[in-house]
Ligand binder design. Structure first.
Ligand code: LMR
Length: 327
């Protein structure tokens, strides 16, 4: 009831803003820094939306969990307190089990394979996996492949993480992944990770180069292993009710702006991650551990049981379609 009233209220507000000749205020909240693929995508969306819909919309972007952090952002969309967010695909557990697919370890060889799957019929269909829960997916944005880091000197083989505590995103698949390694996973909001690493609440974490650099994780970790064992990508979502009730020209304009932003973020993703990997190397604070093929094979083997555990929830067909996207 509260949800329905809030959505109706937000839609009414949009309609009355138009009637009064005032721009509709559109809030876009996210948890990362501006100098990351998602940060840049959100800024591009603002620029494009205000250019395509002059005087009709005003887009306000709130980076770095300033407005809402991981714990509250989805609820905030459902309540109409914010219109766009772009959570990592690992954070939708509560709304759909299908997106757990993206967390299966070593599912995709690289970000190009992720892109191919997202553009496939099965990938596109997942954008609508949460409409019955009030959330509409408008597009996928890339970040990149995940690397593993810890506060220990040695991080080469699965045995090196046994007994260590790792921060994970709110995902049961990631929890199972670290348990398969004999490590102790701890779900934690992104905004709390730096301090948890610094104070030793956790020993390590997994993330992309752009997040490891922009959050300064490399300053409080000893080793970063180039595992590329998973992906961090995003789904940009909005509130179904609010979206449907927008004047058609505004909705179309926002859709176009979203396409521009998606292209921009996805074009930048590889480049920004590569740039930040170099910056981390140059800083010389954390050792970047390259892995031999045999080492990667060991990690893959140690994490393999996770696939079977989640196969029924995700669906065998979906997993096969994703595997096919590797060339
Ligand atoms: C994390 O929570 O580690 C990241 O997924 C944050 C983000 O949005 O990139």
């Amino acid at each position: 009831m509260k949800f329905i009233l809030a959505v109706a209220g937000a839609a009414l507000l949009a309609a009355s803003s138009i009637a009064l000749g005032q721009p509709i205020v559109v809030k876009f909240s996210h948890v990362v820094a501006e100098a990351t693929p998602k940060g840049q995508g959100a800024l591009k969306f603002k620029e494009a939306a205000e250019r395509l819909l002059p005087g009709k919309v005003q887009v306000q972007v709130f980076p770095s969990s300033q407005l809402f952090g991981d714990a509250k952002e989805m609820e905030a969309v459902l309540l109409g307190d914010v219109q766009f967010i772009a959570p990592s695909l690992s954070k939708f557990d509560r709304y759909t089990k299908k997106l757990q697919l993206f967390d299966l370890p070593f599912l995709f060889d690289d970000i190009e394979a992720v892109d191919r799957f997202q553009h496939s019929a099965q990938g596109k269909a997942l954008l609508d996996a949460m409409t019955s829960k009030g959330l509409k997916g408008l597009g996928y944005w890339h970040n990149g492949m995940k690397q593993l880091s810890s506060d220990k000197d040695q991080l080469k083989r699965p045995a090196d993480v046994k007994g260590l505590k790792f921060r994970i995103q709110a995902s049961d698949v990631l929890e199972a992944q670290f348990r398969a390694l004999g490590a102790n996973p701890q779900k934690m909001a992104f905004s709390e990770v730096y301090q948890a690493l610094q104070t030793g609440v956790v020993d390590g974490q997994e993330n992309t180069w752009s997040n490891i650099y922009s959050q300064k994780f490399y300053e409080v970790q000893k080793t970063i292993a180039q595992t590329n064992h998973g992906v961090i990508d995003y789904m940009v979502i909005t509130n179904v009710g609010w979206w449907k009730k927008l004047p058609p020209d505004v909705r179309q304009g926002l859709e176009k702006a979203m396409d521009e932003a998606t292209q921009h973020a996805n074009k930048l993703a590889l480049e920004l991650n590569e740039r930040d990997r170099k910056r981390i190397l140059e800083a010389g604070k954390a050792k970047v551990q390259e892995l031999a093929k045999e080492d990667v094979a060991d990690w893959r083997k140690a994490m393999a049981p996770v696939w079977q555990k989640f196969e029924a929830d995700i669906g065998k067909d979906l997993i096969q379609a994703a595997v096919k996207a590797n060339k």
